[in-house]
Ligand binder design. Structure first.
Ligand code: GLA
Length: 523
């Protein structure tokens, strides 16, 4: 039966709206009257002549629908739903694997005549175009796994002895990022003063990929006509450039991944002149069953491939903190590893991620960094107090500082947060000492860490929704400063703080922070 093409619109969790085509090949058992039963190929054009695909196998029995979402997981993801009149509701529920639960994917839409229209809020349903229309489940299922290397400890690549600083396209641009944006972002990195403040890497995230040429070389889509020229341009500004891929056949946004082409892709990145690779697990989970050994093996494979290029390429692992990558990330020559799922530009998300990091802070060390995800500062979903907390916390954690906003249109307030040199100095302190909890007082959580020069940082964070009074007695200061004569500086007010009296007390705004650097006075 011939495929039927329809157009529609898919709204993604990141606020993108895409037009997509849906193609259906009804199975032989399809009801005569345009039954929804069959294989459905959801195609989302991204405007560059390509599209991404998601496959549904649907079986209708009266109003009940069962089936599978075929392009996720080695066996697809079971789904169930209803068709009531023309209204369709589908829920694909990923099975619990290795104790890990993934949220259900929900699709709502209509089926009328022979047209199925679906909307999903799930970001990972973001798709662009492919040429072939695959209408059987065999074609839609992911390939068989490839052998993984025997696990061994790879050498340290010697890069990023202090946390990497730069910019990444995903938080603000997601699938809309283009060559022109990257160039103008590099311009803005310099003209805004960000590069002087220490930001170096301009990192292209997902959605630059097209497919493979006849020799298997990765190709770029029309948003990125010439990667070598782009890298040359970024380098000409005195900056470095990063790229993105996945160990799976598909990336998180369903673009071409490095599966089976690891060495070839690493060579290509080196030939283009890339200095940084973010390697994002996603699509590998369509092929491999979850386990620590598998994930480590996949990352080792690319670690070995990068080493063979002989180009210094920072290696950023992204598998959302599963299987404790802080324990093995350095062994695959990783320079950083994501410790959590994706950040959102919302207080609840940043707060949850940020404060969950204290427990693993001791795993971060020069060249090997815990990565609680990129910054949202300046993206508009949080207020200035919340963004100051974000920047303070990430710096206390020695997190990579990868701005995720539009550097071309920053307000003075955003600049004052991202370019606060006294806060950046915490992040970049070469000793990279772990941040620890000092005290908890209602909604106020006070953290501290030591600095290489013997001073300490104290962050009084108010996680509550109301302004709160808090403080400490000077005699109780940690880091060997308790009872000593000290001087203190407020790193957001850029002003000295009186150290006379027994205590320091301050009013901390809701979701805000008072951040101090305290040193003993030498007199
Ligand atoms: C995952 C990653 C994000 C981003 C997207 C791109 O969700 O965690 O940081 O790279 O994929 O598709």
């Amino acid at each position: 039966m011939s495929a039927t093409r329809m157009s529609r619109s898919l709204r993604l969790g990141v606020g993108l709206a895409c037009t997509l085509n849906l193609l259906a090949a009804a199975s032989p058992s399809a009801h005569a009257q345009n039954s929804i039963t069959g294989y459905w190929d959801l195609r989302i054009p991204v405007g560059d002549g390509t599209s991404r695909e998601t496959f549904f196998e649907l079986n209708a029995n009266g109003e009940a629908i069962t089936g599978r979402l075929l392009s996720r997981g080695p066996h697809g993801i079971p789904l169930a739903g209803t068709i009531s009149g023309s209204a369709v509701h589908l829920v694909a529920t990923p099975p619990v694997e290795a104790g890990r639960t993934r949220p259900p994917m929900i699709f709502d839409g209509t089926y009328q005549g022979d047209k199925l229209t679906l909307e999903s809020k799930n970001r990972r349903s973001e798709i662009s175009k492919g040429d072939a229309v695959r209408t059987t489940k065999e074609a839609a299922l992911p390939p068989a796994p490839l052998p993984l290397p025997v696990l061994r400890d790879l050498p340290d690549n010697g890069l990023v002895r202090t946390p990497p600083m730069g910019w990444n396209s995903w938080n603000k641009f997601a699938g809309r990022i283009t060559d022109a944006d990257v160039r103008t972002m590099a311009d803005a990195m310099v003209s805004s003063g960000m590069s002087k403040a220490g930001y170096v890497y301009i990192n292209i995230d997902d959605t630059w990929e097209l497919g493979r040429d006849s020799s298997g070389n990765i190709t770029t889509n029309s948003k990125f006509p010439n990667m070598k020229a782009l890298a040359d341009y970024v380098h000409s500004k005195g900056l470095k450039i990063g790229i993105y891929s996945s160990p799976g056949p598909k990336t998180c946004a369903n673009y071409e991944g490095s599966f089976g082409h690891e060495e070839q892709d690493a060579k290509t990145y080196a030939a283009w002149g890339f200095d940084y690779l973010k390697y994002d697990l996603c699509g590998a989970r369509d092929v491999y069953t979850l386990s620590e050994a598998t994930e480590r093996g996949l990352y080792q494979k690319m670690g070995e491939a990068l080493a063979k290029t002989n180009r210094p390429i920072v290696y950023s692992l992204c598998q959302y903190g599963d299987f404790d990558p802080w324990k093995w990330g350095a062994k695959v020559s990783g320079n950083s590893w994501r410790t959590t799922g994706d950040i959102e530009d919302k207080w609840a998300s940043m707060d949850k991620i940020g404060f969950s990091q204290i427990a693993i802070a001791s795993y971060t060390r020069p060249g090997h960094w815990n990565d609680p995800d990129m910054l949202e500062v300046g993206n508009g979903g949080m207020n200035a107090d919340e963004y100051r907390t974000h920047m303070s916390l990430w710096s206390m954690l020695s997190a990579p500082l990868l701005a995720g906003n539009d550097l071309r249109t920053m307000t003075d307030e955003t600049k004052s947060i991202l370019m606060n040199g006294e806060v950046i100095a915490i992040d970049q302190d070469p000793a990279a000492k772990p941040t620890q909890s000092l005290s908890k007082d209602g909604s106020v959580e006070t953290l501290w860490r030591g600095m290489q020069d013997g001073s300490i940082i104290v962050g009084i964070f108010n996680r509550g929704d109301q302004s709160a009074q808090s403080g400490f007695a000077w005699a109780t200061l940690p880091g060997g400063l308790g009872g000593k004569k000290v001087q203190a500086r407020d790193l957001w007010k850029h002003a000295a703080v009186a150290t006379t009296g027994d205590r320091f007390d301050t009013q901390v705004p809701a979701h805000g922070v008072t951040l101090l650097r305290i040193a003993s006075t030498r007199n």
